[in-house]
Design a protein around this ligand. Structure first.
Ligand code: BG6
Ligand code: MG
Length: 218
């Protein structure tokens, strides 16, 4: 039986994927090329530095910068991203997420964050969500990016739950693969065909309940 739900953050709980994209696209423009929303898809779930490599490759600039220059470019992107998320409010929590998290808490199911982002804490605080999480694993605590299972394995360990009792909610193919490699079932959130390997698909949390989850995957 599912007794622990592990949530990705960007694109699952809040629609920050759009802010990541806008910040990368602005950097690309400064470097002299367009970074399209389609190209932006590949940065979902991927660490900051790996995302930078994807952006630079899109502009044919992958060999152009030293590691120090790349750190500076990533910091520039992050400064822009922080401007966006610094203005976030609880209104930006995706529809249906809050009642679902509250139901999980009320019914004793553990709620864990499993995010690659180093900015997860800022977002949870801006949106007032931190008290709903029993454990938070973010990009400051893990060294291996999804699809490596480290982030979810660590979440289960902190929650003292077996992987088989955990389900991961993810909007990125790399995250679904990480869940599978951690021995967990997964819910592909948002309806992208790239999530076809998830145990089940969920277009939106609106109207979604623990009973529906257990009926579909337990
Ligand atoms: C993931 C996002 O949650 O976090 C990626 O899906 C992002 O797009 C990654 O690159 C790292 O985020 P941050 O906030 O540490 O730059
Ligand atoms: Mg995500």
């Amino acid at each position: 039986m599912i007794t622990c739900c592990i949530f990705d953050l960007d694109g699952v709980i809040v629609d920050t994927a759009k802010y990541h994209y806008l910040a990368w696209a602005a950097l690309a423009r400064e470097l002299g090329f367009e970074f399209t929303p389609e190209q932006g898809e590949a940065t979902k779930g991927v660490s900051r530095m790996a995302s930078l490599d994807i952006v630079l490759r899109a502009g044919g600039l992958e060999e152009r910068f030293t590691p120090e220059e790349k750190e500076r470019l990533a910091a520039e992107k992050n400064a822009r991203y922080l401007e966006y998320i610094g203005r976030m409010t609880a209104d930006e929590v995706l529809p249906g997420v809050l009642p679902f998290l509250q139901e999980l808490k009320a019914r004793g199911v553990k709620v864990v964050l499993g995010s690659a982002s180093k900015n997860a804490g800022v977002i949870l605080d801006r949106c007032g969500l931190r008290p709903l999480f029993d454990h938070i694993v973010d990009g400051t605590l893990v060294s291996k990016a999804k699809p490596d299972p480290e982030v979810f394995a660590k979440g289960a360990e902190l929650a003292d739950e077996a992987p088989a009792a955990c389900v991961v909610f993810e909007d990125a193919a790399a995250g679904i693969e990480a869940a599978t490699r951690a021995g967990m079932r997964s819910v592909g959130v948002g309806g992208s065909p790239l999530l076809c390997k998830a145990t089940m698909q969920l277009p939106t949390f609106e109207g979604f309940t623990l009973e529906m989850l257990r009926n579909q995957i337990d």
